[in-house]
Design a protein around this ligand. Sequence first.
Ligand code: DX5
Ligand code: ZN
Length: 238
Amino acid sequence: MSGAALRIAPSMLAANFGKLAAEARALGEAGADWLHVDVMDGHFVPNLSIGPAVVAALREATTLPLDVHLMIEAPERWVPEFARAGADRIGVHVEALDEGEALRRCLAQIRGLGARACAVLNPATPAEAVESALGELDQVLVMSVNPGFGGQGFMPEVLPKLRRLRQWIDARAPGVALEVDGGIGPATIAEAARAGADVFVAGTAILGSGDYGAAIAQLRQAAQAARAGTQAAARGAC
Ligand code: DX5
Ligand code: ZN
């Protein structure tokens, strides 16, 4: 059970791209902890989104940590650009790196550039794909939709993977953040929190709402209540 602060990370993919800087500032005022930035190359996922120039513009607009999720092939080619643009956290998909050694090299590359290193798992990729790298990363991101688009439904089949990663992190790598991304909203955040996630990405649920502050507060409250319930149940079992 994580004791780390819960973090809510709105996904800029659901923002109004015509006024990104204003959106970033509004999310900061609304209580966002990090901003999640989805980068897509049209190859690794069937969609295109943004590149390093937009990350640099967001860096100018906000002091919030920028959590950059690279859904791209050969991420090691682009990591330096995103680090230079001001990414604080850089996530790379294990499926985009052809073997375990390539993942570890890329994580070390990210850390070497002064950013936090995150390994990302697609819904079908097992937790074991990051097991041996747990001591060499700062964050694991479990996708709860197939990446490429916002507004999809949460896949509950990833919950056992979150639980497994939570156990491994608590036992072997405390301090590693466990993030969940895709279909997170008021109806799904509690089960993700109970499974051990401590960072919650939400696009549609926040930016599709009329009141970012209320949406973030509602998500945070639901996650906190779910975690408190799990902790009470664990104490009861002792
Ligand atoms: C999907 C992205 C997500 C997406 C989340 O490929 O990685 O970050 O923006 O959007 P919602 O919260 O709408 O599922
Ligand atoms: Zn994402």
